[in-house]
Design a protein around this ligand. Structure first.
Ligand code: ADP
Length: 497
């Protein structure tokens, strides 16, 4: 096969990127274009749909140009995207009726409160695997239909709802398919993980007509060909996946029990649970890993709200460091935190604590506590929070993973990765290609188009760079964890009247 190049479109929250890979998973080129964030009111976040589309097309053209590859050699394109962000457009003209409502936007918090009061909490959890929240697309779509008085038009099939994957597919693929993949559908709070279809009861709950919803397709599936006006050739668009799901695939976490953690602004940990849809007892989400060949693979997901953002806080607000990278040397300059713990519960705590009234707590200081101790405590806090997620996953699925695959900006920090291994007592493995989200989308597209003959062939592309092995004594680990949990206890309920 001559055509061996794969391109990933990575449509993120702050930028649109495109990455060109060869069949071996080597990055040939990448290009990203940032776009504006729109904050119409406190707590509201929007994107201009034209920005999303235009920056993505520019990123694609530039990345291909930079790579120097012949467009003829591009076998397929895969899309990965910021999840939950909600768009609604006119089926005739393609024009959106409103800006995209971004996943972070809190404007529909009262919708969620109402659903909880009406007693829908357990039903939503059981059917969608999600903990009801304004974060997911369902209430955002309900808000658009209500606020813009669009129920009848939606009923008549004149409007199309979609997450970003769906929106890009509509605009980039010839014939305008109205599709979304199962991983993205799984983040709407409208998708039944068991039946793999939109759920009529949940649609009725939010008064959403089926006629505006996209068809749910597999994660790796040819949905059509790229509009030739974009690159001059109709290249197959062959995968769509939410960013965290693509990264789980790009980390080759293909067998049940494998886990990845992405250390970005927040941390996102996903564990492949295979064909089994595990209902969490620890406040984790059940979600799709992916759907391939019509067969769903499930995952457990947990997130840390303040991951790398804790380091940004040290840099920008506390001015304890001038760059994020500096935190590593400073943490290593002391032998421990001297008993100091930082619980970065600035916006409350997520799984397994779920306390929105918990607040940031710096505790255990003595007269000898210095800057380096606090910086070290901040890095350790990222690891402790991740360890709590891993522990919750282990409890939910009944076995402890033997290693953790890592990526994201803060995984560059060697101190943090070593401490993560120490505190969890498992190997922490960093891959050669850190762009695992883009790689995952490219691999999925390659799988759908026969560039790879099997899942195993895609997994073979993943390569280990560094392994951090646990070196801490069990008793020391237990002592540190006990201190951390004591500190977390102190931070709980703080902002509650
Ligand atoms: P996102 O995709 O969420 O924007 P990235 O994966 O780009 O995040 O990672 C950026 C985050 O990682 C920032 O919050 C930054 O503080 C943190 N970070 C980057 N480099 C380091 C480092 N060497 N040590 C600790 N944190 C880091």
């Amino acid at each position: 096969m001559a055509q061996k190049v794969l391109v990933a479109l990575d449509q993120g929250t702050t930028s649109s990127r495109a990455v060109v890979f060869d069949k071996a998973g080597r990055m040939l080129a990448a290009h990203g274009v940032e776009f504006p964030q729109i904050f119409p009111k406190p707590g509201w976040v929007e994107h201009d749909p034209h920005d999303i589309l235009e920056t993505q097309i520019t990123a694609l053209r530039q990345a291909v140009k930079l790579s120097g590859v012949d467009v003829e050699d591009i076998a397929a394109i895969g899309i990965t995207n910021q999840r939950e962000t909600t768009l609604l457009w006119d089926r005739e003209t393609g024009e959106c009726v409103h800006n995209a409502i971004v996943w972070q936007c809190r404007r529909t918090a009262h919708y969620v409160e109402r659903l909880m009061e009406q007693g829908y909490g357990d039903k939503i959890r059981e059917k969608t695997g999600l903990i009801p929240d304004a974060y997911f697309s369902g209430t955002k779509l309900a808000w658009l239909l209500d606020r813009l008085d669009l129920h009848e038009r939606a009923e008549r099939g004149e409007l199309c709802f979609g997450t970003v994957d769906s929106f890009l597919a509509w605009h980039l693929v010839t014939g305008r398919p109205h599709v979304t993949d199962a991983t993205n559908a799984g983040r709407t709070m409208l998708f039944n993980l068991k039946t793999q279809d939109w759920d009529d009861e949940l649609l009725a709950m939010l008064d959403i007509p089926r006629a505006c919803l996209p068809q749910v397709v597999d994660t790796a599936q040819v949905i059509g060909t790229l509009d030739p006006a974009i690159l001059g050739r109709p290249i197959p668009v062959a995968a769509m996946a939410g960013d965290q799901h693509a990264s789980l695939f790009g980390q080759a976490c293909l067998t049940p029990g494998m886990v990845k953690n992405t250390y970005g602004t927040g941390c996102f940990m996903l564990m492949n649970t295979g064909e089994e849809l595990v209902a969490s007892r620890s406040g984790l989400l059940s979600t799709m890993a992916w759907r391939i060949g019509g067969k769903p693979t499930y995952a457990l997901e947990g997130s840390v709200f303040m991951g790398g953002a804790t380091i940004q806080w040290l840099r920008d607000e506390m001015k304890l460091i001038s760059t994020a990278a500096e935190s590593e040397g400073m943490a290593k300059s002391v032998k421990d935190t001297g008993g100091v713990y930082l619980v970065p519960a600035f916006t409350g705590l997520g799984a397994p604590w779920w306390d929105m009234y918990s607040r940031g707590t710096l505790i255990g200081m003595t007269r000898g506590t210095g800057r380096a101790h606090v910086v070290r405590a901040a890095l350790e806090a990222i690891a402790y929070q991740s360890a709590d997620l891993m522990e919750a996953m282990a409890k939910d699925c009944g076995h402890t993973p033997t290693q953790l695959q890592v990526d994201g900006g803060a995984s560059a920090n060697g101190f943090l990765m070593q401490f993560q291994a120490d505190i969890m007592g498992v190997n922490v493995v960093r891959p050669r290609v850190m762009e695992t989200t883009a790689l995952g989308a490219a691999l999925l597209a390659g799988l759908a188009t026969g560039v790879y003959g099997s899942l195993e062939e895609t997994a073979a592309v993943w390569q280990r760079d560094l392994t951090f092995e646990p070196q801490m004594e069990g008793y020391h680990r237990a002592q540190l964890l006990a201190g951390w949990h004591k500190a977390v206890e102190r931070s709980l309920h703080w902002a509650k009247d």
